[in-house]
Write a protein that binds this ligand. Structure first.
Ligand code: ADP
Length: 493
């Protein structure tokens, strides 16, 4: 268990689990292979983790299938499934400091964020879905004739769940909550950059009392372990969060088995600030909406549209805020920005910073690496950004803000919609009409009005257009994990 020292620095946690979870047993990979997981703040190897691939996924899928079709899980009362989720949430709370420290170690996110955001949101999500377990009902249907017709909402079966590295434990909760509340079983693959918190969650799930085979975890790489999940005939569904390119690959690979697919993908979310907004709040929202989690958020407000009349003042103040961010050891409670997750992401972001300058935007602050160990990048703000520049079109997934100027509401709407993405958007204004007009006109799955990144387990989240398929969270998230069955009973002679 980590604890804060007097100086406000948390200690790195012990690594308890590095294996593959199949049934209720931890084992090495069938191949015996391992891969390294790296601390992005120091570039040091944290540990070696079992590298699962096709053979391990096959074992996991069989265990999950068996648990789905027979055994205690398949016969368990719905309310008892909910109790297990509540127990798991309690165990997370008891081990909150350790889980948060694992997240900081493996991902690089500031410990303050992990403790105040990732963990509480994940725990809340499991509790929210625990409440649904015994409230998943069908309908009675008034059909013609002497028949009694009703529907049942049954679990889909074995769910493959493939998650990214930006919110590792939160993604576990978003995926496990609805899948388990509805009675499915799981084969999960955490991201190769951040397997550790997911593995610890596997231990806690067994401690909570989930029966063997309900949750199986296969750490490994995407093209091997991930692809094996997508292609496995015993797996009924794949829920994926990650990049659009990988989603396209998954869709193609899933076609042979016609798996149910849900995707939560990238974005280039417009954050629109009108001159009549509360500028203090809008500046805070712009900073948080872009720089939170080192800019590694699929819903980052990465196209910041600012109305001409306040553009100059806004830029000056937002740059000052960017310069106040505290980069450093993510285990220090005072740190507000940690490193990017790995070298690939670091290089990609530095490439975008380079292209922003080359394409004619003005780098108002930042733009450089910080230090020579760890993947730290200065909070960066580009002004004079135009719609066709790559920093205004492509997802950067880093601490790089692009500010664009606008003068008319209709112009802001059409430019906001001029993208293949549609995950989120925000508007800052004191005019309720403008706010609702924007909320109705922007083609995105979530619109925040005078706020940013407000998430709640009860509020659906997901993308329009190439930002996703299906919704997570809320009642809508249950639909991804149930099949609808119609039963017609002859009541006649
Ligand atoms: P990023 O570029 O942010 O790392 P990815 O989409 O590559 O996003 O990764 C998200 C998750 O998808 C990770 O767990 C990764 O291992 C997995 N993944 C990558 N490629 C594939 C694939 N071909 N099939 C299944 N999963 C994959």
């Amino acid at each position: 268990m980590s604890a804060a020292t007097e100086s406000g620095t948390f200690a790195a946690p012990a690594i308890r689990q590095k294996g593959i979870l199949i049934g209720d047993e931890w084992s090495p990979a069938v191949s015996g292979k391992t891969f390294q997981t790296i601390n992005p703040a120091t570039e040091e190897v944290i540990c070696e983790v079992a590298e699962g691939d096709k053979a391990d996924v096959d074992r996991a899928a069989r265990a999950a299938r068996a648990a789905f079709e027979s055994g205690p899980w398949s016969k368990m009362d719905a309310r008892d499934r909910g109790q297990l989720l509540l127990k798991l949430a309690d165990l997370m709370e008891e081990n909150l400091d350790e889980l948060a420290a694992l997240e900081t170690l493996d991902n690089g996110k500031p410990i303050g964020d992990a403790r105040a955001a990732d963990l509480p949101l994940a725990i809340d999500c499991l509790r929210y879905y625990a409440g649904w377990a015994d409230k998943i009902t069908g309908d009675t249907i008034p059909v013609r004739g002497d028949y009694f017709c009703y529907t049942r909402r049954e679990p889909v079966g074995v769910c493959g769940q493939i998650i990214p590295w930006n919110f590792p434990i939160l993604m576990v909760a978003w995926k496990w909550g609805p899948a388990l509340a509805t009675g499915n079983t799981i084969v999960m693959k955490p991201a190769e950059q951040t397997p550790l918190s997911c593995l610890r969650m596997g231990e806690l799930a067994l401690e909570a009392g989930f029966p063997a085979g309900v949750i199986n975890i296969v750490p490994g790489y995407g093209p091997t372990a991930g692809a094996a999940i997508v292609k496995h005939p015993l797996i009924d569904k794949v829920a994926f969060t990650g990049s659009g390119e990988t989603a396209q690959r998954i869709m193609a690979d899933a076609s042979t088995t016609l798996k149910r697919l849900t995707f939560e993908l990238g974005g280039k979310s417009p954050n629109i600030v009108f001159a009549d907004a509360d500028l203090d709040a809008a500046i805070t929202g712009a900073e948080f909406g872009l720089f939170f989690n080192q800019g590694q958020c699929c819903c980052a407000g990465s196209r910041l549209f600012v109305e001409e009349a306040v553009h100059e003042e806004f830029v000056e103040r937002v740059v000052a805020r960017a310069n106040q961010r505290v980069l450093g050891n993510p285990f220090d409670t005072g740190t507000t920005q940690g490193p990017q997750v790995d070298k690939d992401q670091f290089d990609k972001i530095m490439g975008y910073i380079d292209s922003g300058s080359k394409e004619g935007a003005t780098c108002a602050t930042g733009g450089q690496r910080v230090g020579d160990r760890g993947f730290f990048i200065e909070p960066t703000v580009f002004t004079n950004v135009t719609d066709e520049m790559s920093i205004a079109r492509e997802e950067i997934f880093g601490p790089v803000m692009s500010i664009l100027k606008f003068s008319e509401m209709d112009e802001a709407i059409s430019r906001a919609n001029n993208t293949t993405f549609g995950l989120a958007a925000a508007v800052w204004t004191s005019d309720a009409k403008k706010a609702h007009k924007i909320a109705a006109s922007v083609r995105a799955g979530t619109v925040w009005v005078n706020c940013y990144d407000v998430f709640d387990a009860a509020a659906p989240f997901g993308g329009f257009k190439m930002s996703g398929m299906g919704r997570e969270l809320g009642e809508a998230g249950l639909a991804n994990y149930t099949e609808l069955k119609t039963v017609t009973v002859n009541l006649g002679e």
